[in-house]
Ligand binder design. Structure first.
Ligand SMILES: *[C@@H]1O[C@H](CO)[C@@H](O)[C@H](O)[C@H]1NC(C)=O
Ligand SMILES: *[C@@H]1O[C@H](CO)[C@@H](O)[C@H](O)[C@H]1NC(C)=O
Length: 486
């Protein structure tokens, strides 16, 4: 049976997307102002600083009054330090290395007292570094047209609902389609599907939802048939993902796929980063990295679908075994597609200063990195700005969206070793990770890290990021970067 998708979404530019956001923000502010206006006509003086506001202890080192709501939102109970700095981005069409060396400091800049003004004569509080930081980034790529790629995901309504914000980052307004095969819903929960579809519509995602009685791993393989049956004229690729597969940049993905010959049967994916995992699961395209099947391969598989349904293994292994047993197509490894089988701390991967991955996975289970929040910065300076690194003269490394760190043994400009921060898994040794992640260097146990915990796009189009160094005893330290375009 063919499903009817909402095809051909309105092609929208960044500007259009932003306009909608802007309008929503204006309406929200207007609404808020109307609510507040009559009740607080005399609110002309600022609120007196309360150093013990709602149980938050603020150290004397903090020379300004941080917004208590912000501290609450960031779950800061004890604040030891709070530093703000504005970052101004200039764009260039010249090639830039992923890691740029800066001859200026990031934090080791004198912060003046509250009675001082900056060079522009604006009053400064005691937390803001007056001089804005100027950085260069590549001119953002155009919005990608991904109407030739269809994605398939096996999930449930509630997980699909939770995944939409992350899908919006890469799939929104790109004309791609996402086919979701979900567990059947009881009648009273049918409203959930309608809600999720409406939400997807609002985010510019072409979402087609189908219910299936099969268990998860059978549903996963059923995606192959679903994608094949629903191919449209433009379709060149089907891609099966997990609901926590995250693509950092659709323009980068489209560009990477264009290097492969989609008129031939092609099976493209990523191996596990750990050899023990490959020993267990085989030389397969690991599902979390995204499994790409070219149109001719999808057609080949349609002819053997029933036989493959009977095969022992399920999930991504069944796709591999079906291809290997019934066709002569073999896996093409794209080393930028990542299953990310890394336990606990994947910071070394994100802070490597190398070309960014196309996909990441396991970011809300094996380790924690809030990919949608990390990616907010791309609304301001494009996906090419994400994970871009600047190494400052005071030893701080800013990896955009991920962290601000200072190493006890910092990498040199051209050192592309990756710090092995993760816990070896399943009997792995350092060598187990070389085939995907090498060159590696040992973990820096004395690295000082501020990790991104929140990021928002403001009404004026600026992006604010909060990097936090947690310390239960001494108190947390917050670094707030407020980004704008020149
Ligand atoms: C402050 O602490 C008291 C006692 O520990 C607790 O009852 C109260 O809920 C706390 N208030 C806030 C805003 O966290
Ligand atoms: C989807 O998530 C929103 C919160 O983001 C929640 O309010 C809503 O009830 C959820 N709907 C379903 C069907 O799970």
């Amino acid at each position: 049976m063919l499903l009817k998708g909402r095809e051909g979404a309105i092609p929208a530019s960044w500007a259009w997307k932003k306009m909608v956001r802007y309008l929503v923000a204006v309406i929200a502010i207007a609404g808020f102002a109307t609510m507040l206006w009559p009740s607080s006509p005399k609110k002309t003086t600022s609120v007196a600083p309360t150093r013990a506001h709602s149980n938050i202890t603020i150290s004397a080192n903090v020379k300004c009054d941080p917004d208590p709501d912000m501290l609450d939102r960031l779950s800061v109970r004890k604040l030891a330090q709070y530093t703000r700095r504005e970052v101004v981005v200039d764009f260039t069409e010249d090639p830039l290395p992923m890691r740029q060396r800066m001859d200026t400091p990031l934090l080791d800049v004198k912060v003046r007292g509250s009675s001082h003004t900056n060079e522009l004569g604006e009053p400064q509080d005691g937390c803001t570094i007056p001089a804005p930081l100027a950085v260069m980034a590549p001119k953002p790529p155009k919005m990608a047209d991904a109407s030739h790629i269809d994605f398939g995901v096996a999930t449930s309504v509630s997980r699909l609902n939770e995944s939409l914000d992350q899908f919006a980052h890469w799939a929104g307004y790109t004309r791609t389609r996402i086919f979701a095969l979900i567990e059947p819903e009881e009648d009273k929960k049918k409203a959930g599907i309608a809600y999720v579809k409406a939400k997807a519509d609002n985010l510019g995602i072409n979402l087609i939802v189908k219910e299936s009685e099969d268990d998860y791993l059978h549903r996963y393989f059923a995606l192959v048939a679903l994608l094949e049956e629903n191919m449209r004229e433009a379709t060149r690729w089907g891609c099966i993902i997990d609901d926590d597969t995250f693509f950092l940049s659709m323009p980068a993905l489209v560009k990477a796929l264009s290097k492969y010959d989609d008129t031939k049967p092609m099976y493209i994916g990523g191996l596990s980063e750990g050899i023990p995992q490959i020993a267990v699961f085989g030389m397969i395209a690991f599902g979390g990295a995204g499994v790409f099947l070219s149109r001719p391969l999808l057609s080949d598989l349609a002819t053997v679908y029933d036989q493959c349904e009977q095969m022992t293994y399920t999930g991504d292994r069944r796709i591999a075994n079906c291809i290997y047993q019934y066709t002569t197509t073999r896996l093409t490894v794209d080393h930028r597609l990542h299953q990310l089988d890394l336990m606990e701390d994947a910071s070394g991967f994100f802070e490597s200063g190398r070309e960014p991955p196309l996909s990441v996975h396991h970011w809300k289970s094996w380790f924690h990195a809030d990919m949608p929040k990390l990616s907010v910065i791309s609304e301001l300076c494009g996906p090419t700005c994400l994970l871009r690194q600047w190494a400052f003269s005071d030893g701080w490394f800013l990896t955009n969206g991920f962290s601000v760190v200072q190493y006890s043994f910092p990498p040199e400009q051209n050192d592309l070793t990756m710090e092995m921060t993760w816990e070896p898994h399943n009997g792995a040794t350092e060598e187990s990770y070389l085939h995907e992640l090498g060159p590696l260097r040992r973990k820096d146990d004395h690295k000082v890290s501020y990790l991104l915990e929140d990021s928002v796009i403001e009404e004026n189009g600026r992006v604010t990021q909060w990097y936090i160094k947690r310390d239960k005893r001494e108190g947390d330290q917050i670094l707030e970067l407020s980004w704008r375009k020149r």
